[in-house]
Structure formats: structure tokens, C-alpha cells
Design a protein around this ligand. Structure first.
Ligand code: ATP
Length: 342
């Protein structure tokens, strides 16, 4: 289902939780709403669901205005973080719940439930009760239950928040595959950037009630439009006076221009490792963290602490050692614009 949201606003008392938000979602896409706590993600989701009324703005499903349509008639499936399964019902009955409401016949209901049981990898668990399942299994039941009545839109509010790290990782790829197979338009709220990057076709970064940026995870990582987005997605160091950065003095000359540098655009090493013509700065090695395939190196350059990586094949650096630092690329920002400088 294609979704259009135009100029959506929601205020609670004096507080503007959602501030003039507009976006489109293509049919079949999985969108991640990512942002800090209190940014307005859940409020947006609740308005799409019809659980909250916007103060103003329009929501359209398939081109049809749904503002006045009640939640149960919007064709939406939900999955929330706290596995809101019916405790006194078996897996089968939990999944069947929405189908009974829709007055499915007995045979048809059984076929559909078993289809979902297969799809979500729950074969053999049909007769169990929620307390006899692991957290990951319970969440799969929640997905099966949400998908059973064939919703047009699936809303997921931090569906894996209560699950431990390893299972969570497995569930992410599982979800990705599931959504691809079912082909349903889905919106997924998280404040975990890795989760959003891994799972979503597109990410919307929500901050202070606004959409800061919308794009594929790769585009957002590569071309963040605001310092907030750049620091929220991926690691980076912000340099308040970008003109202090060697090699970027002219590009960042306008007062108020900040520079933001990702670890992969910084090279750190001994003087002899650099070409004499390279514009390098002097740095002092700080902490070194072994990351399995490389070292993460903190390096102090003037008043700034930069973070970068260094291959295990190179000579190991020591804390306190003097090194040269080369910055290949920076994101520059000021009040008017953001751009990439090399
Ligand atoms: P989180 O990641 O913590 O769930 P969020 O980005 O989903 O945050 P929302 O839950 O949408 O943010 O909340 C946005 C703001 O609106 C918050 O400051 C919250 O306190 C406020 N808010 C949300 N619902 C209500 C309500 N019913 N009454 C008053 N304030 C509310």
C-alpha cells in the first residue's frame, strides 16, 4: 500500500511532539523510523494506526484520506516490543484471533493459521502457551498474528527491544526475509541505528518532531544533511571550527562552518608511511582498541580527539606515540548548507 503523509502535526499540551511531518512510502517498502527517545516516532506511528488523532495534516492510504477511519478499518497489523500476546491462548489461537474477528470459516481459518505457522518457523509450537516460548519465539507469534488477516500495512514499534542481543541479531535478518516474502509495506520504529541500517529499505531520521532526513541507509550514511544525522548514523568526530582542519581551511572559511569526519576518511600512521606531499597534521595516539579485524585508534589532534581504524598488518602504534594524521574527506555544515569536501 502506498502511503502519503502531509503536514502532520500533533501537540500534547504546549509540547509539539510532531511538527509538520510529510513523507511518502512506496508499496512493499520497509521503512525504519530512527531517532532519539521522545523524538516523535511512536506518535507518528499511532497517527498512522488511527490510535491518535492529528491536530492537522493528512494521511492517505492508496490515495484515500484515512484521517476519519477508525483503526480496525485501516487494514493495519501491529507488533509491539512487549509481546502483547494473549497469555491464556495457545500459539494457534493467538494467530487465529484476528481471523475469528473477521469471521473466517473453520477450515479456512486452520489453513491460514498453518500457513503463518510455516512462514514464521513455528511448526510444532502450535499448542504451546506464550509462557512456554522463548522471547524470540513469542515475537514470531506476534508477527504471525499481525500478518494473519492480510493487513496492507504492518507497524512495528521497537519489536525487538526486549530481546537479548544474539537473538535480536537473528530476528533482524529473519524479519528482512519475512517482509520480502510477504511483500507488505512496513514501518519499523527503533532507536538502534544498526538495526535500522540492517533491516530498512529506507530510513527516516526523526528528531524533535521533524523528519531530519529520509533516504536509503547508504545515502544517509554517505551524505548526511545535518550534523545531527551525521552523528546519529555512524561514528564521527565533530570539529566546531572546521577551518582549523588542515587542508580544509578555505572550504570551511565561512564562520560557523563545522566539520564532521568519519573514521574511514582518516588515515593515521608514522611519518614515513605518508607521501611527502600529503597535508598531514601531527597527532598523539590515545587509546587503542582491538576490534577483531583491525585496531580502533583514538588520536588527539590539537584539541580534537579523532577516531579511526588501522589494519593489523601495519606496525602497531602505542599510546602516547607521535603520528601523522591525514583527513581525506570531511562533511562541512553551516546554517545555510551542507557539503562534502575532499
Ligand atoms: P521513544 O523512542 O522514547 O518511544 P518517540 O520518538 O517514539 O520516543 P513519542 O513517544 O512519539 O517519541 O513522544 C514524543 C513526545 O511526545 C515525548 O516528549 C512524549 O513525552 C510526548 N507524548 C507522547 N504521547 C503523549 C501523550 N499522550 N500525552 C502527553 N505527551 C505525550
Amino acid at each position: 500500500m502506498h502511503i502519503e503523509v502531509r503536514n502532520l502535526n500533533k501537540q500534547f499540551g504546549d509540547f509539539k511532539a510532531v511538527n509538520d511531518v510529510s513523507f511518502d512510502i512506496e508499496k512493499g517498502h520497509l521503512i525504519g523510523l530512527l531517532g532519539p527517545s521522545g523524538g516523535g516516532k511512536t506518535s507518528i506511528l499511532r497517527m498512522l494506526a488511527g490510535l491518535e488523532h492529528p491536530d492537522s495534516g493528512e494521511i492517505r492510504f492508496h490515495g484515500q484520506l484515512v484521517n476519519a477511519i477508525p483503526p480496525q478499518e485501516r487494514g493495519i497489523g501491529f507488533v509491539f516490543q512487549n509481546y502483547a500476546l494473549f497469555k491464556h491462548m495457545t500459539v494457534f489461537d493467538n494467530i487465529a484471533f484476528g481471523l475469528k474477528v473477521k469471521k473466517f470459516g473453520k477450515a479456512q481459518l486452520k489453513d491460514r493459521v498453518m500457513e503463518l505457522v510455516e512462514l514464521t518457523g513455528l511448526k510444532g509450537f502450535e499448542k504451546r502457551y506464550p509462557h512456554q516460548l522463548s522471547g524470540g519465539q513469542r515475537q514470531r507469534v506476534a508477527f504471525a498474528r499481525a500478518l494473519a488477516p492480510e493487513p496492507q500495512l504492518l507497524l512495528l514499534d521497537e519489536p525487538f527491544a526486549a530481546i537479548d542481543a544474539k537473538i535480536r541479531q537473528e530476528l533482524r535478518s529473519w524479519l528482512r526475509e519475512l517482509i520480502e516474502r510477504v511483500g507488505i509495506t512496513s514501518i519499523f520504529v527503533t532507536h538502534d541505528q544498526d538495526e535500522a541500517i540492517e533491516v530498512a529499505d529506507e530510513i527516516m531520521i526523526i528528531n524533535q518532531g521533524r523528519v531530519e532526513q529520509k533516504g536509503t541507509p547508504w545515502d544517509i550514511y554517505k551524505e548526511p544533511k545535518t550534523p545531527f544525522v551525521a552523528t546519529f548514523i555512524g561514528e564521527s568526530t565533530v570539529i566546531e571550527r572546521g577551518s582549523q582542519l588542515k587542508g580544509f581551511e578555505e572550504e570551511a572559511a565561512q564562520p560557523g562552518t563545522k566539520a564532521l569526519i568519519r573514521p574511514e576518511y582518516i588515515e593515521v600512521g608514522l611519518a614515513q608511511e605518508f607521501n611527502l606531499l600529503s597535508v598531514t597534521e601531527e597527532g598523539i595516539v590515545g587509546h587503542l582498541h582491538f576490534r577483531g579485524s583491525e585496531w580502533m585508534v583514538e588520536v588527539q589532534v590539537g584539541e580534537h580527539k579523532l577516531i579511526t581504524y588501522r589494519s593489523l598488518e601495519k606496525e602497531t602504534l602505542q599510546p602516547g606515540q607521535q603520528v601523522r594524521v591525514l583527513v581525506h574527506r570531511a562533511y562541512l555544515f553551516n546554517e545555510d548548507r551542507s557539503w562534502i569536501a575532499e
